[in-house]
Design a binder for this molecule. Structure first.
Ligand SMILES: *[C@@H]1O[C@H](CO)[C@@H](O)[C@H](O)[C@H]1NC(C)=O
Ligand SMILES: *[C@@H]1O[C@H](CO)[C@@H](O)[C@H](O)[C@H]1NC(C)=O
Ligand SMILES: *[C@@H]1O[C@H](CO)[C@@H](O)[C@H](O)[C@H]1NC(C)=O
Ligand SMILES: *[C@@H]1O[C@H](CO)[C@@H](O)[C@H](O)[C@H]1NC(C)=O
Ligand SMILES: *[C@@H]1O[C@H](CO)[C@@H](O)[C@H](O)[C@H]1NC(C)=O
Length: 405
């Protein structure tokens, strides 16, 4: 029987001969992956809910670092106090809200486990094919929680449609198709809409009226829109459409004051995924200059006060690892000039609020008991987030964590 790993290995091998590695797998492979994921959900051992007292920890509550103290968990929630709780000594380490990766493409339960191992307890899945793969990642109790968009909207024969093998009947080419596209994604469980506005060099791109109609159709259903954009023109179009988030950063020119002023005026959020530029450059799919250009955009967005969320663009077939990648991205954001506190916020409270995940992202009574215990002080050095000691997801300790320190 095919395992998920052999499917991916076969895909990577099959893609070596092409200029541009395909970022996904066939529909048949996807259905097989979904079947395996669903079977794994059914056989999972779910631990009993407990009362836990994590003592002797400094708490980054989502905004600031608090002095040494104790955090209580009762079942799936953080509480003010829990009588008779089992004590876990935090050893003077730091407790963080469960980390949120605002841009991933997990396909298998293995990917969720890699996220959980590295303290990433929630993630926004920015496209899955077929949608059965997204669905099969839901409800794995005690593992990373996913929110997904279903298919991303792109135009027929666009570079992205070709890269992701999106069949023509799943693309969109006129404003009149937008309400149905949005309704179809919501019907399969999407909680946000993803639009992939292609670059100027693509054979086709979504035109402005179609882009606007997609955003309007999503907003009419009260769901936010994340728009992929990778050059200056695509950012211009994405801003004109009033998308809520723009994914990636322009590769050609850094964002300038007029565009950044529109981010501020429209309260648009940036998910720059600096890591994907490193991956593209490493495999020769982008010029070496692309990173500096993207980095400059992040510096400018940050100084202008645009909310920035940490996202990786991990997929099963690129070299951006699930979980570890988020820690790389946190370092990249510090490298772009963000303070460590703001970088931690980008992967916790800001990621939660801008993705409407109101039950998480901060450590406070009543919130979901998604917390990560690390050794060291990530305010002094962001790399400390890598020193994961323990991870709890809805109050259940994730047992796959292997600590190095
Ligand atoms: C996930 O859980 C929700 C809420 O219990 C349920 O409605 C949905 O059918 C479940 N989906 C899957 C794929 O297990
Ligand atoms: C897409 O490309 C195919 C094959 O080249 C062509 O037949 C089709 O007309 C194109 N569709 C659009 C909308 O450009
Ligand atoms: C879309 O096209 C694919 C392949 O061309 C086909 O298998 C599928 O049934 C079509 N879907 C719809 C909804 O027409
Ligand atoms: C990224 O931007 C920061 C702040 O402007 C700068 O100090 C750093 O050298 C830049 N990094 C790269 C790789 O361009
Ligand atoms: C942060 O910690 C890492 C890993 O220990 C180390 O390599 C790096 O030099 C430290 N950075 C600073 C700014 O101290």
């Amino acid at each position: 029987m095919l395992t998920i790993k052999t499917i991916f290995i076969a895909l990577i091998a099959a893609n070596l001969g092409f200029c541009c590695p395909q970022s996904t797998y066939s529909i048949e492979d996807g259905l097989e992956i979904a079947r395996i994921n669903n079977a794994r959900r059914a056989t999972r051992n779910i631990p009993e809910p407990k009362k836990i007292a994590i003592t002797n920890v400094r708490v980054f509550d989502g905004e600031k670092l608090l002095p040494l103290g104790t955090v209580f968990i009762d079942g799936d929630k953080i509480v003010a106090h829990a009588e008779g709780a089992e004590v876990v000594d935090g050893n003077g380490g730091t407790l963080l809200p469960g980390l949120i990766d605002a841009h991933t493409h997990p396909a298998s339960v293995d990917d969720l486990e890699a996220l959980a191992t590295n303290g990433v307890t929630s993630t926004m899945v920015m496209m899955c094919r077929p949608p059965a793969v997204c669905e099969s990642l839901l409800n794995h109790t005690g593992l990373t929680d996913v929110r997904f968009c279903g298919l991303g909207a792109t135009s027929p024969n666009s570079s992205l449609a070709m890269q992701f093998s999106v069949s023509e009947n799943q693309t969109i080419s006129s404003p009149s198709q937008a309400p149905q596209f949005v309704a179809e994604q919501l019907a399969i469980g999407a909680t946000f809409i993803k639009i992939a506005e292609d670059v100027l060099t693509s054979p086709t791109r979504l035109d402005q009226p179609t882009l606007n109609a997609l955003v309007d159709a999503a907003h009419a259903k009260n769901v936010p829109v994340a728009c992929h954009a990778a050059d200056y023109a695509a950012f211009d179009a994405a801003l004109a459409s009033h998308a809520d988030q723009i994914q990636h950063a322009p590769q050609d020119f850094p964002l300038d004051s007029p565009l950044i002023a529109r981010f501020i005026a429209q309260k648009t959020v940036s998910v720059p995924t600096l890591l994907i530029f490193q991956e593209y450059i490493a495999r020769g799919a982008a010029p070496a200059s692309a990173y500096g250009v993207a980095n400059t955009s992040v510096t400018r967005l940050y100084h202008a006060g645009v909310p920035i969320l940490a996202g990786t663009d991990s997929t099963p077939v690129n070299a951006v690892p699930f979980g570890v990648g988020l820690h790389n991205e946190l370092e990249n954001l510090v490298g772009a000039g963000m303070s460590t506190v703001d970088v931690l916020r980008s992967a916790t409270v800001l990621a939660a609020q801008h993705n409407l995940l109101w039950d998480r992202g901060v450590i406070a009574p009543g919130m979901r008991a998604d917390v990560v215990l690390i050794s060291g002080d990530p305010i002094a050095n962001i790399s400390a987030t890598r020193n994961i000691q323990k991870v709890w997801i809805t109050g259940m300790e994730y047992k796959g964590v292997t600590t190095s320190s």
